[in-house]
Design a protein. Structure first.
Length: 422
């Protein structure tokens, strides 16, 4: 009768532990709170010195990439660490491990353990037979030993906790993803605000421009900078990479060019100074290709400098095609580079098309590029159309060519058309 009463009291205590644990871990969606509650309840229920939960990195399930997320200690002891050999054993076997004398345990002969660890009890945290992590407790109090009953109770705790831990981890990942998406939306808005909201209105000219990033944010850049009543700087650039890192460098390029455009009267001088500043403020693997021009709306002249960028097309009324190449190396590669500049006249119905490599390098489902010849053919065929119409024709042609293939690079284009002789 006494043994039966003892067994019943123990069963009631275990049910109480499990009930309290269920209440605690179901009351929060925080992964850290769930871990802390599971560890705390385990240490208290099994009367041991310390406990820990080790979660596996989901993307690799590699034993060398496991990490301790939370420790709980009820005594003044150094924090124990679960040895990699024990972690490896648990990952392979996925079953409870009980050892009351690690130093003499043949399974871990020759393995150096934390000096304060006498006994250890590990149980797997399994979700649909997939190992989520390991729940471990160390050193039974009063120099006692872990029993089979202890192993059974800790296994029940682990079974009750594993799915809740997985749900908390998924919730945390979803929350982090939402926060990242909000940050990307904000970055996208900031980048869009940095680009021209509308093209300049210049007598005798039509100007249109657009930039379509391959990701939420991109590394392409175009700008219109009013220098005085008759001159406007027009630039289009492409920084290395894509996404958020490229967009940050793009913002740096824009700020640098705007600062230099105001104080340096020629394209060559502007890019020489901007190149030196970018070289000093960026890492060696970062660089920028850029076409920079100054449009003189009074004299119908375009002075330009091409820093390693795709050569823009100048298509005349008669159908002649000129590529604007004069310039030099891309920006940010060498601190001092002797850029050159040139100029061309824009006659009535002449069209200047500046673009990024996302247009000729747009790919179809077979991995084939749209290419410069196809771009040139589209420009010649539609050169009589307005700047805005020609821009739309080019973008539509590229999208049609790519079909269902995902846009692999940013697409940016600026079209400048001389409309009258006056």
């Amino acid at each position: 009768m006494q043994d039966e009463n003892t067994r019943l009291r123990k069963a009631v205590q275990e049910l109480s532990v499990l009930n309290d644990l269920a209440r605690d871990i179901s009351s929060t969606l925080s992964l850290e709170d769930v871990i802390q509650n599971v560890v705390k309840r385990s240490v208290r229920a099994l009367q041991c010195q310390q406990g820990t939960i080790t979660l596996l990195k989901e993307e690799t399930q590699d034993e060398m990439k496991t990490f301790v997320r939370e420790n709980d200690s009820v005594a003044d002891h150094v924090q124990f660490h679960l040895n990699q050999n024990i972690l490896g054993w648990m990952m392979i076997n996925k079953k409870p491990l009980l050892s009351n004398d690690l130093a003499a345990d043949s399974r871990f002969a020759g393995v150096k353990m934390d000096s304060g660890i006498r006994s250890v009890l590990c149980v797997p945290l399994l979700v649909k037979n997939s190992l989520l992590g390991i729940l471990t407790i160390f050193n039974k109090k009063e120099n006692g030993e872990f029993s089979e009953d202890d192993k059974r109770l800790l296994a029940i705790i682990a079974a009750q906790s594993a799915q809740v831990l997985e749900n908390a981890r998924l919730y945390e990942q979803e929350k982090n993803l939402r926060a990242m998406q909000e940050q990307l939306k904000l970055a996208q808005k900031i980048q869009q605000d940095l680009l021209p909201q509308k093209p300049p209105t210049l007598k005798g000219f039509e100007i249109a421009g657009v930039s379509l990033p391959a990701q939420s944010v991109g590394g392409d850049y175009y700008d219109f900078i009013k220098l005085d009543d008759r001159r406007t700087a027009i630039c289009l650039g492409d920084v290395t990479g894509k996404g958020l890192p490229a967009s940050l460098l793009m913002a740096n390029v824009q700020a640098t060019l705007r600062g230099q455009a105001i104080v340096n009267p020629s394209p060559k001088e502007c890019l020489t100074r901007a190149n030196r500043l970018l070289y000093e403020s960026t890492s060696p693997e970062k660089f920028v290709t850029l076409f920079y021009a100054i449009l003189d709306a009074e004299n119908y002249q375009v002075a330009f400098c091409n820093a390693g960028h795709d050569h823009p097309y100048l298509i005349t009324r008669s159908g002649e095609v000129v590529r604007l190449k004069t310039g030099g190396l891309m920006l940010g590669v060498m601190p001092d580079y002797p850029f050159a500049e040139d100029s061309v006249a824009l006659n009535p119905d002449d069209t200047l098309v500046i673009y990024s490599d996302g247009i000729p390098e747009a790919m179809n489902s077979s991995g084939e590029f749209f290419g410069d010849p196809a771009l040139e053919a589209v420009l010649k065929l539609h050169s009589s159309e307005s700047a805005g119409q020609l821009l739309n024709v080019v973008v539509d042609a590229v999208k049609k060519y790519a079909g269902t293939h995902t846009q692999s690079d940013d697409i940016t284009i600026v079209v400048i058309k001389r409309t009258t002789a006056d």
